[in-house]
Write a protein that binds this ligand. Structure first.
Ligand SMILES: [Zn+2]
Length: 283
């Protein structure tokens, strides 16, 4: 039984409770990490206690691993365990988070099992230009404007839709359960090329499902960090932005990077530097 103890950052200003206090309110635990994923850690620890308490006779070992560093790729957590103590965690099966949340459909919950995962490509682009004085913009080559074009392009890019086998199976099962979205999903299975129009329609009924599906059907790119400029009146010669790209099973981060570079006009491309921050193959 695997779980992670680390959480992503939380800005207290955006929270109605202290994100790190673990407030119990209205019958729920409120806090960063309550869902992702202390809830499951608590269940897994409880399983260990119950096994012990009831003196259960087992055919094999049950191993509990509650690790760090999952949110940044797991190298210092699960990765460290695999490298340094493989004998302690070797197991036939692993139960972990990520198979999916309960999907509420027509009054009941559908529970999914994860059979594939998108890959990660986190990358940084540095846009170069020529500095100048803010009072005479025409004499400079503003790196922020160059980056603006890049962010606009990548942020709005809709990569080709591909229905990978595991998503295809998911769609056909969900279609059986959910009459409301049945028509849209059948249409989607038959016409993946019209995916975006079909999902735009579905979004009017069920926005969450439509966007989950859109992300399951294509490589996505989200700009997440941007830095540029140092002073009010200096036109910057550098601007940096970070992007979170997720690739479909069947596609490699390297192929995704080539596709991304291919989107840039040549005139810009020679003034852009690409740096991969982290790349994980899809599985
Ligand atoms: Zn998690």
């Amino acid at each position: 039984m695997l779980s992670h103890l680390d959480v992503v950052a939380a800005n207290p200003k955006e929270w109605s409770v202290d994100p790190f206090e673990g407030v119990v309110k209205d019958g729920f635990v409120w806090g960063r990490g309550a869902l992702d994923m202390k809830s499951m850690t608590a269940m897994e620890v409880m399983v260990m206690k119950l096994l012990k308490r009831n003196k259960m006779k087992l055919k094999g070992d049950v191993i509990l691993a509650a690790t760090a560093d999952e949110e940044k790729g797991g190298e210092a957590g699960a990765g460290w365990l695999v490298r340094n103590h493989p004998e302690k965690i070797r197991a036939d099966y692993v139960i972990n988070e990520g198979g999916g949340l309960a999907i509420p459909i027509e009054g009941k919950n559908i529970y999914t099992i994860q059979t594939a995962e998108k890959g990660i490509l986190w990358f940084k682009i540095k846009a170069k230009g020529r500095p100048g004085h803010g009072s005479v913009p025409g004499t400079a080559d503003n790196a922020i404007l160059r980056m603006n074009r890049v962010v606009e392009k990548l942020g709005n890019y809709r990569a080709k839709m591909t229905v990978v086998p595991t998503v295809k199976q998911f769609l056909s099962q969900i279609t059986k359960e959910n009459k409301t979205v049945q028509q849209a999903l059948m249409l989607l299975l038959q016409n993946p090329d019209m995916g975006d129009q079909i999902l735009d329609m579905l979004a009017e009924k069920d926005k969450a499902m439509a966007e989950e599906l859109r992300a399951s059907l294509r490589m996505t790119i989200a700009p997440t960090i941007i830095h540029g400029g140092i002073k009010e009146n200096i036109i910057p010669s550098e601007c940096e932005a970070v992007f979170d790209c997720r690739v479909l099973p069947g596609q490699t981060p390297t192929e995704a990077m080539d596709e991304i570079k291919g989107l840039m006009p040549d005139a810009d491309l020679e003034k852009l530097e690409f740096e991969t921050i982290q790349a994980n193959e899809p599985s």
